[in-house]
Design a protein around this ligand. Structure first.
Ligand code: GBH
Length: 490
């Protein structure tokens, strides 16, 4: 599909201080919250669900997770989803982004056997959302690969591009009459790291500079397969939209000589997925192709570590996106230089990233509060890819817990203001936003130590009670008034 050419214009010449209406959300703009299956559901072996790679990691190598915890029970949303919908309703959320656990639907990963209780669970959730006027958005894959598919090599094995299409067909068939917003993958840039180190994210395979590129390649092929499948078999009847969720951090050059370094950061982490799908060439960013090919040759590899697309694949794939999902949290500083083992993606990118100590921190080592980076990133996406419709599918802040989460409140209000500037002042086509996250949940290798929820969850209480934090109250006010409250405008 083609997007409108960008029309950057300035709506107002006065600053925002004199133009508070600039902090109103457009009428059709969607506001809501997000979660992911492994992080909230629990019910890890309930009703026929198969194991996935996070079950394996947390059970076999609990020491990988800071507090040695797992998602076995998590928020118990498998049993308490009605509670979650109540929270969303109370907030005035118009949409809810959640993900489906592949192994709950297809315990072995394959579509020859569909686990009916898994279908029932998501049907109940989707119906309950719709009964409450909340639009469901489904992420098909948020990092919980069925273990049986990992046993076959996981994402570096290209056969997964076909298996994930088969999985997607089961989802479209069962839920597509009611679900109109789909994301194929969440943050492939992050889960490709699962193939970069034997102490990292699941499945913790140590093949840096190889396993990550193979993963990216399969994911891009899989995404296109799923998009075309929808187009062929479902779209006419179901009338939904299919996108992907990509994360990127704003990269602020250390000096004026480091602009290219930051550009490469962007291409190696965002362009690697966006370019094949949206660019004219339909290929990886040229700077990435060149650098990985050269490094591979120098390192003695006969075949480049970055796989190549066939012309047929390029044609098949180009334009397979109805909207860009964008997850934004933070920024980094970047400078020219080579860091990282040989081979590695970091080394290939030929840039060094670091954190600016002047930027306020959070509970997460990687998360600094840089709201203006959000506006910059949104502008960058718009400029580079012809202003596609953007759904911001994650944005949030971590602390160590507590109901008076003042810093989270400020994080949200400042980021929403920057997003509104991008919309109203810069003409960026942002059409919706979900806060990460609805509830405190299992934060991957950080376990339950870092909290991202706007509702607090007591993980020591078997009934997992949810309590609104200050941030839930402020987001409720924003969702219901559809503006940033005056007290946050200065
Ligand atoms: C998202 O990833 C996830 O989609 C979501 O599941 C998660 O709960 C949420 O954010 C909060 O973390 O240690 O410097 O190598 C956010 C992007 C990318 C952030 C990888 C952490 C590791 C940074 N993540 N990153 S570093």
């Amino acid at each position: 599909m083609k997007f409108q050419t960008v029309c950057f214009f300035i709506l107002v010449t006065t600053g925002f201080a004199e133009f508070p209406d600039g902090f109103l959300f457009p009428d059709d703009f969607l506001l809501g919250a997000a979660t992911a299956s492994y992080q909230i559901e629990g019910g890890w072996d309930a009703d026929g669900k198969g194991d996935n790679i996070w079950d394996t990691l947390t059970h076999e190598r609990p020491q990988y997770v800071d507090d040695h915890s797992s998602g076995d029970v998590a928020d118990d949303s498998y049993h308490l989803y009605l509670e979650d919908v109540k929270l969303l309703k109370a907030m005035g959320a118009q949409w809810y982004r959640f993900s489906i656990s592949w192994a709950r639907i297809l315990p072995e990963g394959h579509d020859n056997y569909v686990n009916q209780p898994g279908i029932d669970y998501y049907n109940n959730l989707i119906n309950c959302l719709l009964d409450n006027g909340i639009e469901p958005m489904v992420t098909m894959y948020h990092w919980d690969l069925p273990q049986r598919l990992q046993d076959l090599g996981g994402w570096p094995n290209w056969v997964l591009a076909t298996y994930s299409e088969n999985y997607a067909r089961v989802l479209f068939k069962n839920f597509g009459d009611r679900v109109k917003l789909w994301q194929t993958f969440n943050e492939p840039q992050t889960f490709m790291d699962g193939y970069c180190s034997d102490t990292g994210m699941a499945p913790s395979i140590n093949a840096p500079g190889i396993g990550d590129y193979l993963t990216a390649h399969t994911v891009i092929l899989a995404h296109a397969n799923i998009y075309r499948l929808y187009e062929r078999e479902f779209k006419q009847q179901q009338q939904g939209k299919v996108g992907i969720a990509l994360n990127i951090q704003w990269c602020e050059p250390e000096t004026s000589d480091d602009v290219d370094a930051c550009d490469r950061y962007y291409q190696f982490n965002f362009g690697i997925f966006a370019h094949p799908i949206l660019s004219e060439e339909g290929d990886y960013p040229s700077v990435e192709n060149e650098r990985v090919d050269n490094n591979s040759a120098q390192e003695g590899y006969t075949t480049s570590r970055l796989p190549k697309f066939t012309q047929e694949e390029v044609t098949f794939r180009k334009g397979t996106l109805d909207f860009m999902g964008h997850n934004f949290y933070t920024a980094v500083r970047g400078r020219e230089g080579v860091r990282g083992g040989s081979p590695s993606r970091s080394r290939d990118s030929g840039m060094i990233r670091f954190l600016d100590p002047k930027w306020p921190g959070s509970a997460s080592s990687w998360l600094r509060v840089v709201p203006w980076g959000f506006r910059n990133t949104l502008n960058r996406i718009a400029k580079e890819y012809g202003n596609p419709p953007v759904l911001v599918t994650e944005n949030g802040f971590s602390d160590y817990g507590g109901l008076n989460d003042t810093y989270r409140v400020l994080y949200y209000t400042e980021h929403l203001k920057e997003m509104l500037k991008a919309i109203h002042e810069d003409g960026v086509n942002v059409i919706g936003y979900t806060a990460w996250s609805l509830v405190d949940n299992f934060e991957w290798l950080r376990g339950y130590t870092e909290k991202f929820g706007v509702y607090e969850v007591d993980f020591n209480d078997p009934s997992r009670p949810r309590t609104p934090k200050e941030s839930a109250k402020v987001l409720t006010e924003i969702f219901k008034t559809r503006r940033i409250p005056d007290r946050f405008l200065d």
